[in-house]
Design a protein around this ligand. Structure first.
Ligand code: ADP
Ligand code: MG
Length: 232
């Protein structure tokens, strides 16, 4: 019965996700269809702008879904989380500059290794840094840090001083399609959760409205005996 329960649970999550996807994709499609019909009658650039932005939305949703759905073969390696964080922060240099955001990085020199898939781990920090920048429309600071604890855990933190999240909303985070943004997909944190869990890690979110948000991620250090053998 345990397996059946497990399967039922899985199906309901998939069903929920499918319903959410259908809904999310239908809205921009309906808009594009409507504007295409209008365009047939007259030439109007405003319609094209709306269509383009709705198409971009579909593109965002579909590419996030692909990350969730891809049954990639797992190929784990020894990943230096410090280096990976530095590389990821570098990707955001121009984006940060554009939004008046300063990213400070504080990383222990060495031995921040975990077992995992570098590309997927990078995706986690891309999603989190994106959220942090989006939480600071008037600019601000992001602090990124990584340490190894004495109990053989790699702890990374991403701290922003952005708009924060109301306490009662924190349980909603990571639910598919929960987004407070006009152009959000509400899939970023769900993807993070999935990847972190598959690496034997955990993610904690602390936040205060108008003060900021701290995302704490714990991974078992490489060879600490707790590393996952298989990563899905
Ligand atoms: P999206 O970014 O597409 O909205 P996410 O899953 O990445 O989807 O985030 C879900 C929601 O969580 C966001 O819409 C936002 O309300 C909240 N959130 C996530 N990260 C932060 C942050 N650093 N500061 C404030 N709110 C955040
Ligand atoms: Mg996001």
């Amino acid at each position: 019965t345990e397996e059946i329960m497990h399967r039922t649970e899985k199906l309901s999550v998939v069903g929920q996700l499918a319903a959410g996807i259908a809904h999310e994709i239908r809205n921009p499609l309906t808009a594009i269809k409507g504007f295409t019909q209008l365009l047939k009658k007259e030439d109007n650039n405003d319609y094209l702008e709306v269509m383009l932005s709705e198409l971009e939305r579909i593109e965002d949703i579909v590419s996030d879904l692909l990350i969730l759905a891809k049954p990639q073969p797992s190929k784990t390696e020894k990943v230096d989380i410090g280096l990976l964080l530095k590389e990821t922060v570098d990707l955001f240099k121009s984006e940060a500059l554009l939004h008046n955001v300063e990213i400070m990085i504080d990383i222990e020199i060495s031995d921040l290794f975990i077992e995992g898939e570098a590309n997927k781990l990078k995706q986690v920090y891309i999603n989190l840094l994106k959220n942090a920048i989006e939480a600071m429309p008037d600019g601000g600071k992001i602090q990124v840090s990584a340490i190894k604890t004495r109990s053989d855990q790699i702890v990374t933190k991403i701290i922003d001083n952005g708009i924060g999240i109301p306490e009662e909303r924190i349980p909603n985070l990571g639910e598919p399609f929960y987004s407070t943004k006009e152009k959000g997909t509400g899939l970023g944190l769900m993807i993070c959760n999935r990847i972190i869990k598959n690496h034997g890690g955990t993610m904690k979110i602390k936040s205060k409205v108008d003060i900021g948000t701290t995302i704490i991620i714990l991974f078992p250090a490489f060879n600490s005996g707790k590393s996952p053998a298989i990563i899905k």
